[in-house]
Ligand binder design. Structure first.
Ligand SMILES: NC(=O)c1ccc[n+]([C@@H]2O[C@H](COP(=O)([O-])OP(=O)(O)OC[C@H]3O[C@@H](n4cnc5c(N)ncnc54)[C@H](O)[C@@H]3O)[C@@H](O)[C@H]2O)c1
Ligand SMILES: O=c1ccn([C@@H]2O[C@H](COP(=O)(O)OP(=O)(O)O[C@H]3O[C@H](CO)[C@@H](O)[C@H](O)[C@H]3O)[C@@H](O)[C@H]2O)c(=O)[nH]1
Length: 476
């Protein structure tokens, strides 16, 4: 029986390995992690991440051909194929701090592989890594190999959170990069034959190692660039009376542009976009390509501008002071259908409101109180590291923040509402009831353009929707 070991039981490693186990019953898949709490959650009824459809897949395979363990060395040693899906956060210190990828976790995984391996193995980069990481990993492995041979492949992951299982079951494409040697190509074929169990062959794209590594960074940079482009338009819309959703719609009808990733928002979040663009910027700078680096930096600067603009709009609308005012924050996750809060725009918006001394009442249907408080207390780099290595935060340090259990409690007596995640349930709340329970004038700041602004205005709210014509009240 072929044995696969997945190192890293996170948002990528967990779902990816579970789907391989589901689709390849003759392969034994074990997912290992250094975090004991994560592994015990994977072995329980309360999985460590929320992802539609994941629970069902795990329940179907766990204990049959899918296992979760903290015994990294044993399962690495037993495996024929090893997927590495560990964190690759932005470096917080030293050379390249704030931009370059921190490969500490990758390197420690590589060292365990080198130390424990007694048979030849295929090592697969699932994490998103800088171009030519495979070369560095190869060096660590071959210098410590005890005669064992390793083939390194790049197989970046393109799933989106919230639709991870659907994306894994029906991917647009699977990308595999390998060495152009007979051994490299043999390894590419071995991995291809696993995906071919459920992915049509014409969707499996093979390239050289460096193209595959760079394509993943390019993919995220292009997607984020579309969001920053439409967000730039949203500011122009507010200034001119155009409507950003109408502009998006018009653009989407151009088949050369297409319809996806054109929703204007309070800003993009998630663990990947910012980190991967910074990584790209660093690689460009390291290669002396200043203009290329500056071009991609702009995508992040526009995203920061969008969040900042939103906070300024809230403060300026409410008579230039939100000091002591209760503001309801609806949604904290970086997008709907996930409990993930990494780099969520809600963190920057909430911190911005707190700097102006607002009192926040936050509700999110899937994010825990502990997570929100930690996010608001941590600096932005710490939250990209494994959970058990993050600082412990005492809830009492966050006097300005209350986490509540529903939207009605959050909005009671509030002066304003900020919608920061597009959860479906926010569309169908009883806004008449909410209006009655709020201070007047009652404001709504829709950072996701999900609410019917016309209906809210009829009720009596003063409404700001990103990229839409401004209420007379909000005009300078
Ligand atoms: N989250 C996404 O949607 C997504 C999508 C595509 C690619 N990626 C990339 O995949 C990688 C993993 O991302 P993630 O979101 O799954 O991160 P994550 O933090 O959810 O999971 C990573 C896991 O690796 C574990 N780990 C770290 N070092 C280890 C080691 N040496 N041995 C064993 N376990 C170790 C951590 O404890 C953690 O549980 C990153 O490079 C990311 O950029 C993420
Ligand atoms: O039109 C849009 C689309 C998305 N977003 C925001 O952009 C962020 C990222 O969304 P999305 O891309 O759907 O989620 P991720 O799970 O971060 O997925 C991205 O990052 C992954 C990690 O690398 C890649 O695998 C995926 O292909 C890539 O889409 C979220 O805050 C969204 O709210 C917008 O503001 N407007």
């Amino acid at each position: 029986m072929v044995k696969i070991c997945g190192i890293g039981a996170g948002y990528v490693g967990g779902p990816t390995m579970a789907v391989i186990a589901l689709k390849c019953p003759s392969i034994e898949v074990t997912v290992v992690d250094i975090s004991h709490s994560r592994i015990s959650a994977w072995n329980s009824d309360h999985l460590p991440i929320y992802e539609p459809g994941l629970q069902e897949v795990v329940q179907q395979c766990r204990g049959k051909n899918l296992f979760f363990s903290t015994d990294v060395g044993k399962h690495v040693s037993d495996a024929d194929i090893i997927f590495v899906a560990v964190n690759t956060p932005t470096k917080s210190r030293g050379l390249g701090a704030g931009k370059a990828a921190d490969l500490t976790y990758w390197e420690s995984a590589a060292r365990v592989i080198a130390e424990t391996s007694k048979s030849n193995k295929i090592i697969i980069e699932k994490s998103t890594v800088p171009v030519r990481t495979a070369e560095a990993i190869e060096r660590i492995l071959t210098h410590n190999s005890n005669g064992v041979s390793f083939q390194i492949l790049s197989n970046p992951e393109f799933l989106s959170e919230g639709t991870a299982i659907e994306d894994l079951l029906n991917p647009d494409r699977v990308l595999i990069g390998g060495r152009q040697t007979p051994e490299g190509q043999k390894a590419v074929q071995a991995l291809k034959s696993i995906y071919a169990q459920w992915v049509p062959e014409d969707k499996i794209v093979t390239t050289n190692l460096w193209s595959s590594e760079l394509s993943k960074l390019a993919d995220n940079a292009f997607l984020a660039q579309r969001i920053s482009s439409i967000n730039a338009m949203s500011a122009l819309c507010e200034a001119t009376g155009a409507e950003v959703s109408e502009v998006s719609h018009a653009l989407s009808k151009n088949s050369k542009i297409g319809s996806r990733f054109l929703n204007s928002s309070v800003g993009f979040g998630g663990s990947c976009f910012q980190k991967d663009i910074l990584n790209l910027v660093y690689i460009a700078e390291s290669n002396g390509l200043t203009e290329v680096a500056n071009y991609w930096k702009q995508v992040i600067q526009m995203n920061d501008y969008q969040k900042d603009r939103f906070v300024k709009r809230v403060v300026s609308s409410m008579f230039n002071t939100i000091s002591g005012k209760k503001i309801a924050v609806l949604g904290f996750a970086f997008k709907k259908d996930t409990s993930d809060t990494r780099k969520t725009p809600a963190i920057d918006v909430c911190k911005g409101l707190m700097r102006d001394d607002a009192s926040l009442s936050i509700y999110d249907p899937k994010v825990s109180e502990d997570q929100i408080l930690r996010d608001l207390a941590m600096d932005s780099v710490e939250c990209d590291h494994p959970v058990h290595l993050q600082p412990v935060i005492s809830p009492s340090t966050m006097k300005q923040v209350r986490i509540v259990q529903d939207a009605y409690e959050a909005t009671k007596d509030a002066h304003g509402i900020c919608v920061l995640t597009e959860w479906d349930e926010f569309k169908t709340l009883d806004y008449q009831r909410i209006f009655f329970s709020m201070q007047k004038p009652a404001f709504v700041f829709d950072g996701r353009n999900i609410l019917n602004a016309g209906k809210l205005r009829e009720i009596g709210f003063i409404v700001y929707s990103i990229g839409k014509p401004l209420d007379p009240w909000l005009r300078p």
